[in-house]
Design a protein. Sequence first.
Length: 258
Amino acid sequence: MNRLTSRLTSLLTALAVTTPLSYAPPGLAEEPLLMVFRSKPPYSYTEDGVQKGFLLEKTQQILKNVGINATFAEVPPRRIFQDIQANQERICSFGWYKNPEREAYAKFSLAMHQDRPHLVLANQKAAEKIKRLKTLKNLMAAKDLTLTMVDSVSYGQEIDAMIATFPGTIDKGPLAPQRVAEKLAADRADFMFIDHDDYEYLKATATSFPHDVLVQMTFPDAPAGLKRYILCSQKVDESTMSLINAGIAGLSKSKSKK
């Protein structure tokens, strides 16, 4: 064996040892997974060019723990669902509720987070009337109230079903929860649904209206807090979904031990 052949043999042997491609996790062997998110502080958002949010950071940790290389990008909610449904690329998004419409075209992970029950937020003028209704069922049967809400999002199957048959006026817009709350404060709507984390962030950061113009309410028949998931296009293979699930399970297990 001449010197050149010997060197080539040694090099190939070293590569076989240091780069076992046949055992590389699927997430590392492919192009980076595109992970898109909506602007929804404090869950996920971009501030001064920096991506932030407790669910965004949790998702980054889940993927890192199982070796999935991902690119994160902020995208409007409507486009997120359009792109996942179009199934033209390996694309996922995190922090969403599961419902039959989405299950028809998307792959879902294990639950990555569970909310507390939704709150109802109302302006002062409507609050007294809403309180007298006493139950969420009665509220969602009121014909003379205006519900304002974020377009293209789900509030969970039970509340979504109530909204679908709500006899009052529904005002929808592609807005962040804080902007929806501003409509209440300006008396352009009567009430909205909001989860606890959104409400706490709203109280801590809102400067466009005084906090005491809005009233937070709970109802005894409000649905339990909903679980949030990572959902992906069909182009995301099952091995990658399994890795995502392993990352979620591993993170949950490590937290339960603390």
